[in-house]
Ligand binder design. Structure first.
Ligand SMILES: NC(=O)c1ccc[n+]([C@@H]2O[C@H](COP(=O)([O-])OP(=O)(O)OC[C@H]3O[C@@H](n4cnc5c(N)ncnc54)[C@H](O)[C@@H]3O)[C@@H](O)[C@H]2O)c1
Length: 254
């Protein structure tokens, strides 16, 4: 084959959710730098604008959507279709509610995290995959798990960890389902990346212990996760599907 060391993403439509978050904004910047036309999705367009200004990047389109409302997905994809067929979905949006004492977890805590992190992910990924299938696009879907899928979580995050375990199983199932159409589905499992989600409410000693157990000896930068998403959507990952990529500085090894 003729090698081209570019990502093969020039002009492609890439949807990034959670785009005002730490990893989502870094991911938007990384795809834009690779030449993609990025659609940035999060709860609020003002917050998307502020986060992407910090990254010094302009998305092709910003859309406000509460993805936990499954009935918002059709309208979202309708707006995206104005740019052309979706080539990749990088689905970063998620919530973490820490409860230091497991006895304090409420049914609402469970529902919010499972609805946003897992249920919405299934319906959004399926809708995007179906649009790729209808358009004949051999596209890419990248989902987000966490080290918690493997460890069960630290710092009061057992429900979040359960939702992220579901992401791994679901993504493998979708990889099997859509592989015959040339669509890949892969998952990124970050360890610790310097974002609001990691740092909000975590006990400093928990973070220090995790950092001490990380061979690279530090917390990751959001851009170090974003680069993995670009790889998974690039032509270099064309035979990678159903994988869970551990991006933890060696905190976990699998
Ligand atoms: N930062 C870490 O150390 C870490 C570790 C493991 C996994 N992750 C995963 O990486 C991904 C990105 O996390 P992050 O650290 O950037 O978090 P973050 O909190 O900075 O960003 C998450 C974004 O998702 C958005 N979001 C939440 N609910 C939404 C909804 N209903 N509809 C639309 N958008 C919604 C938020 O507004 C926020 O901008 C998440 O899936 C997270 O679980 C992060």
């Amino acid at each position: 084959m003729a090698w081209d060391l570019g990502a093969g993403l020039d002009g492609r439509v890439v949807v990034v959710t959670g785009a005002s978050g730490g990893i989502g904004s870094a991911t938007t910047a990384a795809f834009a730098a690779a030449g993609a036309r990025v659609v940035a999705v999060d709860l609020d367009t003002d917050r998307i604008g502020a986060a992407l200004a910090r990254e010094q990047v302009e998305p092709a389109l910003s859309i406000a959507a509460d993805l936990s409302r499954i009935d918002s997905h059709a309208d979202l994809l309708e707006q995206v279709s104005a740019l052309g067929p979706v080539y990749a979905l990088v689905h970063c949006a998620a919530v973490l509610r820490r409860r230091a004492d497991v006895r304090d977890i409420t049914e609402e805590d469970w529902d919010v995290q499972l609805d946003t992190n897992l249920k919405a992910s299934f319906f959004l990924c399926r809708s995007v995959a179906e649009s790729m299938r209808a358009a004949g696009t051999q596209g890419r879907i990248v989902t987000f798990s966490s080290q918690g899928w493997w460890t069960g979580g630290f710092g009061g995050s057992v429900v979040y960890a359960a939702s992220k375990g579901g992401i791994v199983s679901m993504s493998r199932g979708l990889a099997r389902t859509y592989g015959p159409f040339g669509i890949t589905v892969n998952t990124i499992a970050p360890g610790q990346a310097k974002t609001h989600m990691l740092l909000d409410g975590i006990q400093p000693e928990v973070l220090d212990r995790m950092t001490a157990e990380t061979p690279l000896g530090r917390i990751g930068e959001p851009s170090e996760v974003a680069g993995v998403a670009v790889f998974l959507a690039s032509q270099h990952a064309s035979f990678v599907s159903g994988a869970t990529l551990n991006v933890s500085g060696g905190f976990l090894m699998y």
